[in-house]
Design a protein. Structure first.
Length: 143
């Protein structure tokens, strides 16, 4: 049943990045099944994320859809999320669909060096850079 829960969680997208699941984002640390209760250990990308309640609701809904699960407990894991938790799929989708790089790194479009434009991006976990070659504005996730 644990595999079925993990599969259900792979269908829960991060609301900021459609096409990237909470599993690929590295936000699910552990799943424990006891009887008909699933406990999902969740590590948010940052504690002040305004989408936490939405993500938790989506997690509960997805896991309750698994046969044999009647209750879901979502617990927050203590610790700090960082970009090393991103799956290769998440990195590829961020690069291709959202023009987001993960520091350190080059331009997701052409690979050239990036120049910092602003420490403050659209959300707390990203800064704005500009590619020296293709002049693309690039959001860069902080570690």
């Amino acid at each position: 049943m644990s595999a079925a829960v993990w599969n259900a969680l792979r269908n829960v997208d991060d609301p900021e990045y459609p096409g990237i699941s909470v599993v690929d984002m590295g936000m699910i640390s552990n799943v424990t099944i006891t009887g008909s209760t699933a406990q999902v250990e969740f590590l948010p990308t940052f504690s002040g994320c305004p989408a936490l309640a939405f993500i938790e609701t989506d997690i509960r809904t997805a896991v309750l859809g698994v046969d044999g699960i009647n209750q879901v407990e979502v617990t927050h894991r203590h610790g700090i999320w960082d970009t090393s938790r991103l799956s290769p799929h998440a990195l590829q989708v961020m690069k291709k669909n959202f023009t987001i790089a993960v520091a350190p790194g080059g331009c997701p479009r052409c690979g050239a060096e990036l120049q910092l434009q602003s420490e403050f991006g659209p959300v707390r976990c990203r800064a704005i850079y500009r590619c020296e070659s293709c002049v693309e504005a690039v959001e860069v996730m902080r570690r």
